[in-house]
Write a new protein. Structure first.
Length: 319
């Protein structure tokens, strides 16, 4: 029998790639998304397929008994994930990671399904050391602008573990570090789509602060492989998924310029509030547990991403 997969946030950047993966593996996929940050463009090619179903619904308002009880896996990826989005949708971000997570857990519990919660490297806040292992409890400002996302995800992790301990729900938690690739929005607000948008538009590359803050960038195909392998384990404690190669934002700007074959001026802007100064995962656990680590270099991933955005903008008459 075909496996049945429920993916919240399935029309989003990462969620839509997961929908593709499981459809290609011959599964039936039910995608729930209210499209507040996701896009129909990401799943348009799936809508006519008999094994794909879209429920356009805010999961915090979902009647969980209305969507059946035969799912084998429940993957909860619904949430605004970029600062501009969760600054604009602060209460929605808190709700989807609290009420929304509980609703998805209820479905998994009822179906006796495997459950995955997509957490984030933001639970580490502005870390006091690098790289960040899963045992690090973080350095988060609970009342800062970013707290709606940081603390929402931290609460999400807590309720996932509560369901596992109280009901023996078969849960997993991944902490996703900076990921990029096809289907990101150019107005996403994160650094790679910002740079790509500025390169394509012939604008200066905006760097916040001195540009010495670091990030580690994982191409989306590598991340999807990590998530799939995580679903095959029975490990219930959080696991970092990300690329362990660290770049300063200035170095990233230089790689983006080289990859695009253009030279753009760098424009420095005031630093962002609570912007982490270091962000690099310790992926030792993922290597040992999942036999996983990223394979796509930043240069190769950026080439693919540039091709996607240029083609996408051309189709829409924007380039």
């Amino acid at each position: 029998m075909k496996k049945k997969i429920l993916i919240s946030g399935g029309a989003g950047f990462i969620g839509s790639h997961l929908c593709d993966y499981y459809i290609q593996k011959g599964c039936e996929v039910c995608c729930i998304d209210n499209l507040c940050t996701g896009s129909m463009d990401n799943i348009q090619h799936l809508l006519a397929l008999p094994d794909f179903k879209l429920i356009q619904q805010d999961i915090t308002l979902l009647d969980t008994t209305s969507i059946g009880d035969s799912f084998d896996m429940v993957l909860h990826l619904a949430s605004p994930a970029s600062p501009p989005d969760y600054f604009k949708l602060p209460l929605e971000t808190l709700r989807v990671n609290s009420m929304g997570t509980e609703k998805m857990l209820d479905i998994a519990k009822r179906c006796n399904a495997k459950f995955l919660f997509s957490s984030t490297s933001e639970v580490y806040g502005d870390p006091s050391f690098s790289p960040q292992p899963e045992t690090y409890w973080g350095n988060v400002n609970p009342v800062g602008l970013r707290s709606v996302y940081d603390e929402g995800k931290r609460y999400g992790e807590a309720i996932v573990m509560a369901y596992h301990r109280k009901y023996n729900t078969d849960t997993r938690i991944i902490r996703i570090f900076n990921t990029y690739g096809e289907r990101m929005r150019l107005d996403d607000g994160r650094v790679i789509p910002n740079f790509i948008s500025q390169i394509i538009s012939g604008k200066p590359l905006t760097v916040y602060g001195d540009g010495k803050q670091t990030r580690s960038f994982c191409y989306v195909n590598d991340l999807i492989e990590g998530i799939v392998r995580m679903m095959e384990t029975e490990h219930h404690i959080p696991v970092n998924l990300g690329n362990a190669v660290e770049y300063t934002i200035i170095q990233l700007a230089e790689v983006v310029q080289k990859t695009s074959g253009t030279t753009a001026k760098i424009e420095f802007m005031p630093p962002l509030e609570d912007d982490p100064q270091q962000r690099k995962p310790d992926i030792s656990k993922a290597k040992q547990l999942l036999n996983w680590e990223p394979n796509i270099s930043l240069e190769e991933g950026l080439k693919r991403t540039f091709i996607y955005f240029r083609s996408h903008m051309k189709k829409k008459g924007e380039a």
